[in-house]
Design a protein around this ligand. Structure first.
Ligand code: SF4
Length: 480
């Protein structure tokens, strides 16, 4: 998946399949509508919401412009407070570091806080290969782990599942009788709590990602809603945090901004139920060993691009997913990436280099809603356009001389030629009126033949009217 395993299918193909799943669309529609409406309420109640967005953007842009300085400062402060810092160029290096750290403790299990970064590098599989079972402790993450499915949302990984499906899964995987569990949310949460409690109390290694790290003091931060993160970062003897290098912020004043904008944009809450900070290690209080793995995995290349650097401003709130009309219909699995939705469409193609991932920037209507909700003002539509251009250039380079035979290129060239001259355009309208006849019913072109059929397969195409506006105007003047 993104960052680690490349997707194997183009987005269009996976999306077509997802669109056939009526239950999936129903689940997604219900969940994204509810969270969207709630987000609007909690952001509108802040008179300075737009100023907060601008402050978030400015802090992130400044930090990225001086990333080397803030990362070195973070390292110094983590080490000064008893932690250890490891630098990982890519997923393989990060996995090797964590494998070594965990196996050195002798642990066969590790409890995990939900972390997109560890998903990106495929850490659970890497740990399994050295005999260590990683247990996800976030409820939704546990659900997708038990179901052996990838996550479909960056904040609510099991958004594609409803209560009945989750109950059936828990009955199967937790060895419960059907009279022991209803599909009431409280019952489902209680079953997960019982299952996880024993793990929390016995695990000696905890693994987390990080929402932020404060360079000024070396403090690392995880925000979450269930308290599992607090358990994972305080109970085990060894804590390992894997963090993308873009998560560092200069100081505590930055946290004032992000701890307001992140919960409002993600879970539509005024404040996260649990916000955990830890700074190095202290005898008798929390883990005895703390390791911070700083992951690059393609981020330096993103940083080097003036046009696309803003992608790294993302605080993974998921507001862009919930507002996106494409995501709401196809769900996260169609993106084939651990970063689905609009942010995945701009981040994954910059981290993974395959023709299939290059189709993700086209998974958008370019309506701009993602930009309007983003709490750090990432201009997602502009980055999408930039990546589309790059994808087309790469496709042409791959095909070499055969590019001239590309149907899409040919169609675009033909359209450009027609639109360039008024008389050609008028001739085209007359011609289209004639040739569409066998395909029109009730004012719509129902089905086009051959390559053009791709357009009418999932869309209504209004028929070319019997009279153009100009013809109507001319006839009106004659009649008058
Ligand atoms: S791109 Fe913006 S809206 Fe989307 S997840 Fe990142 S911060 Fe949130």
């Amino acid at each position: 998946m993104s960052g680690g395993t490349p997707r194997s299918r183009p987005f269009g193909e996976a999306a077509r399949e997802a669109l056939q799943d009526v239950q999936l669309r129903r689940n997604l529609g219900k969940a994204t509508t509810a969270i969207r409406e709630k987000r609007v309420r909690v952001t509108e109640e802040l008179p300075d919401w737009q100023e907060l967005r601008e402050a978030g953007r400015a802090i992130k842009a400044h930090t990225l412009a001086h990333l080397d300085h803030y990362l070195m400062r973070l390292e110094q402060n983590v080490v000064a407070r008893g932690g250890q810092v490891h630098w990982a160029r890519d997923a393989a290096e990060a996995n090797a570091i964590v494998q070594e750290l965990v196996t050195a403790t002798g642990a066969r299990e590790a409890i995990k806080v939900k972390s997109l970064t560890t998903d990106e590098i495929g850490l659970n599989d890497a740990l399994a290969s050295v005999g260590v079972h990683a247990i996800e402790t976030d409820l939704a993450e546990l659900i997708v782990q038990l179901a052996h499915e990838p996550s479909s949302h960056i904040l609510v990984p099991a958004i594609h599942k409803n209560r009945a499906e989750i109950r059936a899964l828990f009955l199967r995987s937790m060895g419960l009788r059907s009279d022991e569990l209803s599909d009431a949310p409280a019952d489902l949460a209680a079953a997960a709590r019982r299952f996880l409690r024993a793990k929390f109390l016995t695990a000696t290694v905890g693994i987390s990602g990080a929402n932020f790290a404060v360079a000024e003091t070396g403090a690392v931060c995880v925000v979450e809603s269930e308290g599992n993160g607090r358990m994972c970062t305080t109970l085990p003897e060894t804590l390992i945090t894997v963090m993308g290098i873009e998560k560092v912020v200069p100081g505590w004043r930055a946290m004032e901004v992000f701890l307001q904008s992140l919960p409002r944009s993600s879970t539509a809450e005024r404040m996260n139920p649990y916000t955990s900070f830890w700074t190095g290690v202290r005898y008798g209080d929390g883990p005895r060993a703390f390791h911070l793995v700083l992951l690059d995995n393609g981020r330096s290349d993103v940083l080097a691009s003036d046009d696309r650097r803003q992608t790294l401003q993302c605080i993974r709130c998921s507001a862009c997913l919930n507002i996106c009309p494409v995501y709401a219909r196809v769900g996260g699995h169609a993106y084939g990436s651990h970063y689905p939705g609009p942010i995945g469409s701009i981040l994954s193609p910059q981290l993974v280099d395959t023709p299939e991932v290059d189709t993700l920037p086209f998974a958008s209507t370019l309506c701009g809603a993602c930009y309007e909700v983003c709490p750090v003002k990432i201009d997602i539509p502009s980055v999408l356009l930039d990546l589309r251009l790059r994808a087309v250039e790469r496709r042409r380079a791959r095909r070499g001389r055969l590019a001239a035979l590309d149907t899409e290129d040919g169609a675009m060239r033909l359209a450009a030629g027609i639109f360039a001259e008024a008389h050609r355009y008028r001739w085209m309208q007359r011609w289209a009126r004639l040739v569409q006849r066998p395909f029109v019913k009730d004012g719509y072109v129902e089905r086009l033949p051959g390559y053009l059929g791709g357009w009418t397969r999932t869309r209504d195409l209004p028929a070319v009217p019997g009279k153009t506006f100009r013809e109507w105007w001319r006839d009106r003047e004659v009649d008058a």
